[in-house]
Design a protein around this ligand. Sequence first.
Ligand SMILES: *Cc1c(COP(=O)(O)O)cnc(C)c1O
Length: 452
Amino acid sequence: MQTKFILDEDQLPRQWYNIIPDLPGPMAPVVHPGTLKPVTPDDLLPLFPMPIIEQEVSQQRWIDIPEEVLDIYRLWRPAPMYRAHRLEKALDTPAKIYYKYEGVSPAGSHKPNTAIPQAFYNKQFGTKRIATETGAGQWGSSMALACQMFGLECTVYMVKVSFGQKPYRKSMMQLWGADVIPSPSDQTNAGRKILEMDADSPGSLGIAISEAVEDAATREDTRYALGSVLNHVCTHQTVIGLEAQKQMEMAGDYPDVVIACHGGGSNFAGLAFPFAADKASGKDVRIVAMEPASCPTLTKGVYDFDFGDTAKMAPISKMYTLGHDFVPPGIHAGGLRYHGAAPLVSQLVDAGIVEAKAVPQLASFEAAVLFSRSEGIIPAPESSHAIRGAIDEALQAKEEGKEKVVLFNLSGHGHVDMAAYDAYFSGELEDYEYPEEAIADSLAHLPKIEGV
Ligand SMILES: *Cc1c(COP(=O)(O)O)cnc(C)c1O
């Protein structure tokens, strides 16, 4: 009964998989927030270094991972894949459950998989300082780590509600040498504008992105880095799925269903895109994205052009969105509180290649507790949504008396999120109503993009 599937270091993928050439149709253009015309590489240069801009639109299916990046990946990659024997037993299910574990990185999540190459390309390009935002703190800590490794300065705008909920994330960022500023802040025009309207604003990822983008756009030595949503981020994360494919082969199985949680789409894309390529070449595999019911971008949003941020400074993409000024309830899975979704994932959902499901907060915590008690690992509140999805698939298999192979991504551990578990056990956590009115209101403000 093998439990861990471990690859040797020499089986670490040497190339990322770029799904763009394999999409079911052409990508919608990315639109400039000011001119409402398609963006050019020059428009993006104040924000990103050229190698990243090139990757963003690359039609090359396989992209070499630089040696300097592989050297750092080797600190924790290849990441293990587990068979969840004990969870299967607890559920009394005929299903086989496998999970890929990304919590083994120094930051405790999948996010360093893209933070490291982003810092590398910035360093190579001559960037001195990175400005970025963070929700729950995982991205900020990953970027702080990556900047530290390549000798870049790092300023992180952290969503205020998380700044209070997750003080140890802030300490991690400081430990890795970053400056951390609660957002909305009085340091940027975007932040000041929000504070004028609502001095007690809990903040949102959309607002924090506006602040970081403004910071980067107004300083010559500074570039911006985004931890999810964009094409190059999804591409960097495919090391997850490429390793998992080899590990499933070691296990002698192939998944019937591949599941990951979805905030902006990066860990989902990372696990799912290599399997989506299999699906395109005829493999029978379902691919499911799990999101919170209180921020149901893929299940209740619209597939349309919208701004990436609240202040309408970031480029406009065609994606599933709840509207750029939607501020989701302060659930503890802070990493899943984004109004939009990766355009690549959105296109696959729209084409029916990827399914999406929404989970209430309490159901995801129940899954996290069962998982911790059977497998031992304490999951991040975000990852718990994927666990819920896997458990539901396994329970359905039990009901139908069917064998089924389930693979999910355990995107991170919850060691720095114990306040969330504390709230759960003291009965303080609640399910939020689906914020129907707030979403309808926000969707009324989408930009009108025509003829691009
Ligand atoms: C940030 C984060 C997520 C959500 O972001 P995606 O880009 O959707 O992957 C999920 N899980 C963990 C552990 C995270 O840190």
